[in-house]
Design a protein around this ligand. Sequence first.
Ligand code: FAD
Length: 379
Amino acid sequence: MVGAGIVGASCAYALTRAGVRVTVVDRGGVASGTTGAGEGNILVSDKEPGPELELALRSNDLWRNLDEECGGFEWDPKGGLVVAETPEVLDALTTFAETQRRHVPAADADAGAPPGAAGVVASLVPAADLREFEPHLAEGLAGGIHYPQDAQVQPMLAAARLLRASGARLVRTAVERFLVSGDHVTGVRTGQGDLYADAVVNAAGTWAGSFPQAPLPIRPRKGFILVTQPFAVPPVRHKVYTAAYVTNVASDAEGLETSGVIESTQAGTVLIGASRQRVGYDTAIDYTVLAKLAKQAVGLFPVLRTAQVMRAYAGLRPYSPDHLPVIGPDHRLGGLFHACGHEGAGIGLAPATAEMVTAQVTGGRPPVDPAPFAPGRFA
Ligand SMILES: Cc1cc2nc3c(=O)[nH]c(=O)nc-3n(C[C@H](O)[C@H](O)[C@H](O)COP(=O)(O)OP(=O)(O)OC[C@H]3O[C@@H](n4cnc5c(N)ncnc54)[C@H](O)[C@@H]3O)c2cc1C
């Protein structure tokens, strides 16, 4: 396994439970990549009907199970609230939620389930009821949609707990390249020598496309987070975000895009996002972006006006050109599997990704159709 982020750790956990012996190689240690720079939401609310939503619904179930199995990573099934500034935006959100609700996961459709049977749960929250959900929300909003399935974990803890629970060996060194014999990968060359394996899983996140023998079009998409000092009673109960977030997630723009995304953590801090821009591997702090995020947050939650920011950081989301993760056997080399390119949803999608990779490595049947995620789709 190359990479000890949330995806590599989840894959290690699922593979070892299936009886596979796993060695994880990471140049920086657990969660030293994007997993250490994200928020930790497990969302169905922002997913369009289609393959990613299928993966998200499956992952949502699996995260619940993981909390029972190894826990200790601040699992919080708090739900999400998407708010609309105008009646027009509320209409658009309502239509979007309706299409999500009508989406039936393929496995359930095969079993003859009607639309909405085991899919997304979403309900309209009229303007007058918003304060029941979020007492500190600004006045004047047109309403919102409540998504009770949205949840949250602390991503670094989750990666660390899953990796530890897996029992996999962790080697801290850089993978320089894959070892290839004929058209088959036989291991990896690392800074500490060669490691041989029957299968290699590439879970190197934003850097997963850069191995010369099996390149992939994964690119960095930068995002900032502001973290407030802890509140005794955090003022935000759900993951709260504006409709612009859904549009930004689906956009291919290179330039800066921001939307108000606010939530509390179990430690009492409030996390404020979200920005997206494609500026290469640069993680420098840009105070104009931070100021914009802070202004949007105060616009939604005026109570944050006096909050002290404790820290701010940037992370690089692993962006793939069609916004779908890259999961499955490499189309050029045998013995190589990819689990990368999850962009802004890698925490949420990690368990279902791991389940799919495990089925592919061990010859099982993935519960979600793997075809839309196949690495060969870019060839
Ligand atoms: C601001 C921000 C907010 C986000 N919020 C959310 C959210 O709320 N919910 C959500 O689901 N997702 C969120 N994300 C996205 C999420 O963080 C990522 O999709 C996820 O962390 C990717 O995990 P990963 O394991 O694939 O990659 P990483 O965590 O980057 O792990 C890859 C690992 O591979 C290692 N590596 C790379 N190259 C090599 C090499 N050559 N040799 C050895 N090791 C190597 C790295 O050191 C790293 O540890 C957010 C991201 C950002 C930036």
